[in-house]
Structures are given as structure tokens and as C-alpha cells.
Design a protein around this ligand. Sequence first.
Ligand code: AMP
Length: 216
Amino acid sequence: MMNLILIAAPGAGKGTLAKSLKEKYNYVHISTGDLLRDIVKSDDPLGAKIKDILEKGLLVDDELIYEILKKRLSESDCKNGVVLDGFPRNVSQAQKYDEIVKEVGLDLGKVILLDISEELLIKRITGRRLCPDCGAIYNIFNPEICPKEENKCDKCGGTLYQRSDDNEEALKTRYATYVEQTAPLINYYKEKGILSVVDGGMGIDETFEQVKGIIE
Ligand code: AMP
């Protein structure tokens, strides 16, 4: 299975797409944001520091990200194909990733840019609800993925929550960080000839169809 890197502004639908890819192709979904949120929830002394950075919408130190990512990529299931969601976030992370894949014996694979307008992001971010038990992602403004019962997970009955950085204030910083630091990756991967662009403003199924076309 070809490895994939998803690039998109916060709230564009990377997580939802990665979950669909995992279901259909058995990809290993690696979200550096999820790995960081796991550290925040644990009693690791780093948790409080990371929590503060996440809530401000800033980026966590590159070295820490490399450490947790390399650890996860070294696990044997990653040989079946990996979808990276939330990494790389800047050009130096992308350069480092070129080295990491060689070290752990994986292919760089393809890069998919989910292209979406800034206006749509606000709706996607403020409407996002998550299940703490099974990880399902909902959006109260999108009939395609609106929970049937308010605040309750359709799949497992868990009580849905909102991420503490999913508000307009943190989004401003997260979006500015994306434009300044992450968007330059588009050229980085275009020059390598491995970038495909998908319209992230469409429905979930349509987006997935386009991505399937790229993979198959
Ligand atoms: P996400 O779940 O991808 O939206 O990430 C949530 C937050 O985790 C981001 O706003 C950053 O603070 C942090 N984060 C996630 N991935 C990275 C990364 N590759 N480099 C630095 N910070 C990251």
C-alpha cells in the first residue's frame, strides 16, 4: 500500500478522510495531533506544557514531534501503509521526514492537498464534535455527519465533546500558522512531483472518491 501524507488547513477534513482510508484500505492512521493529545491526557510531565501550546494554536517543538513520530513509524503495522495527518507542518519537518523514512525503511509515497476556502473552515471547526471512546468525528452543521442524537455517538453511544482548540480565536492562530508555515510544503512536494490536489470543499463521499482515484 502506498504511503500518504495529507496536507490541509485545520478543519479541512484530514482526520475524516484518514479514517475512511483506514476503513477501506487498512491504512495505519497517524495523527500527530492525536498523539500529542494522548500525552496531554496521560500523566507525562510534558502534558501540561503541550496542552498550553495546543490551546494557543501554536506548533509544538519539532524535536518532540520527531521523537513521537519515529517511535510510531517503527512499529511493524506501518509496513502496511501509513496515512500521515498533521505532519509535516513546516518545511524543516518535511526535510527531516525525508531522512526518517529512509531510517525506518518506508517510502515517502504521495502527498494529497485538501484545498478549501477559509470561510468553510470556520463552520467545520466550530461544528466539529468528537467521540472520546471510539474516535468518531461528527459535524453538527453537516447533515452527512451530524450525530442522530445531540452529543451522543451514533456508533458507540459515547458522549461527544468539542476540542478545546476548536474555537474561532484559536482557529485564527492555527490558520495563520498554516499559511505561514505549512502552505510552503505545497511547493516542496510539487517540486518532488508527488503532490495531488483534491477539492476539500465537497462532501465527504465525493472527496473520498477523488482520493481513491489517486491511490488506485
Ligand atoms: P491537529 O490535530 O493536527 O489539528 O493538531 C493539533 C495541534 O497539535 C496543532 O495546533 C499543534 O499545536 C500540534 N501539532 C500537531 N501536529 C504537529 C506537528 N507536526 N508539529 C507541531 N505541532 C503539531
